[in-house]
Ligand binder design. Structure first.
Ligand code: AMP
Ligand code: ZN
Length: 113
C-alpha cells in the first residue's frame, strides 16, 4: 500500500476538501490553514521534492502554477496571493510529495519566516 499521504488523497483513500481536479493535478484545502484561503496543489504523480523534478516534468510544474492562478481568480483573490514550495528540511517540508501552497486573503510579510 502506498503510504504517501498525498498519493492517498489523490487516490481518494483519505478525504480532503477538493477544490480543483484534472487529469494531472488535484487541489484541496490545507487541513491547518495559514491564511483565509490556503490550498495545496499537487500532481497525481508521486514526486517527493522539487529536486526530483526533471525536464520531463516541465509541463507538469508549469500546470501547477497555472492551476494556482485559476483557483486564485475563482476564489476572488483580487489583491494578491502567495505561492510557496517548501523543499527539504530547512524549508520545513513535512509531506514528501511535492505541493504548491496557494495562500490568500490576508497580507503577507517579506522576508518569509
Ligand atoms: P509542507 O510543510 O510544505 O510539507 O506542508 C504540508 C502541508 O500539508 C501543511 O500545511 C499541512 O497542514 C498540510 N496537511 C497535512 N496533512 C493534510 C491533510 N490530510 N489534508 C490537507 N492538508 C494536510
Ligand atoms: Zn505521493
Amino acid at each position: 500500500m502506498n503510504d504517501c499521504l498525498f498519493c492517498r488523497i489523490a487516490e481518494g483513500d483519505i478525504p480532503a476538501e477538493l477544490i480543483y481536479r484534472d487529469k494531472d493535478l488535484l487541489a484541496f484545502r490545507d487541513i491547518n490553514p495559514q491564511a483565509p484561503l490556503h490550498v495545496l496543489i499537487i500532481p497525481r504523480k508521486h514526486i517527493a521534492r522539487v529536486e526530483d523534478l526533471d525536464s520531463a516534468d516541465t509541463e507538469l510544474a508549469g500546470k501547477m502554477i497555472l492551476a494556482a492562478k485559476k483557483i486564485a481568480k475563482e476564489q476572488g483573490l483580487k489583491t494578491g496571493y502567495r505561492l510557496v514550495f517548501n523543499n527539504g528540511p530547512d524549508a520545513g517540508q513535512e509531506v514528501q510529495h511535492i505541493h504548491l501552497h496557494l495562500m490568500g486573503g490576508r497580507r503577507f510579510h517579506w522576508p518569509a519566516g
